[in-house]
Design a protein around this ligand. Structure first.
Ligand SMILES: [Zn+2]
Ligand SMILES: [Zn+2]
Length: 166
């Protein structure tokens, strides 16, 4: 019996082999858990998250690298945050588009009078004092009818037209 044969037949080799199997299994399970955690942060569809984990199950150890090639580049939180920022920016732009028809200064949709040139922009409801749109026939806040004579002659407040990209 050679030394090598004696070693592989010994109890020491069995212990080492079992430990190696154990660590291999632990690393494999850890890689699946990593894929699951990462996919949950990037992919909304639970079926696709399951598919990503399945890649790690079918292709042990190399699964995470295959997954990394195909995963979405951004976290869902970042995507949502960016969408919210864009929406807030659009809201700000839409508000900023309101201008006084006389002096072109920025005015708010709720202003009754232009604070710069004192041009009357809107009529206030006779009952609840809410600012009314020029076309409104009735106050939407308290249902008081708008007197039509008072509306005529007021300049209409129009959003400034955006130049089209050419
Ligand atoms: Zn003005
Ligand atoms: Zn009213």
């Amino acid at each position: 019996m050679s030394l090598a044969t004696a070693f592989f037949n010994s109890g020491t080799w069995l212990v080492i082999r079992n430990l190696l199997f154990f660590f291999a299994a632990v690393i494999w399970v850890a890689s699946l858990y990593w894929i699951y955690k990462d996919a949950r942060r990037r992919i909304e569809d639970p079926w696709l998250v399951g598919m990503a984990v399945l890649v790690g199950v079918v292709v042990p150890y190399f699964g995470p690298f295959i997954y990394m090639l195909f995963r979405p580049p951004e976290y869902l939180d970042d995507v949502r945050e960016r969408e919210l920022e864009i929406k807030a920016m659009e809201d700000r732009l839409a508000k900023r588009d309101l201008h006084c028809p006389v002096c072109r200064s920025e005015v708010d949709a709720s202003y009754l009078v232009c604070p710069i040139c004192t041009t009357k922009l809107r009529q206030a409801c006779t009952n609840c004092k809410a600012p009314l749109e020029a076309l409104w026939q009735v106050c939407p806040f308290c249902e008081t009818p708008v007197e039509p004579t008072a509306v005529s002659g007021l300049p209409t407040l129009e959003p400034r037209r955006r130049r089209r990209a050419e």
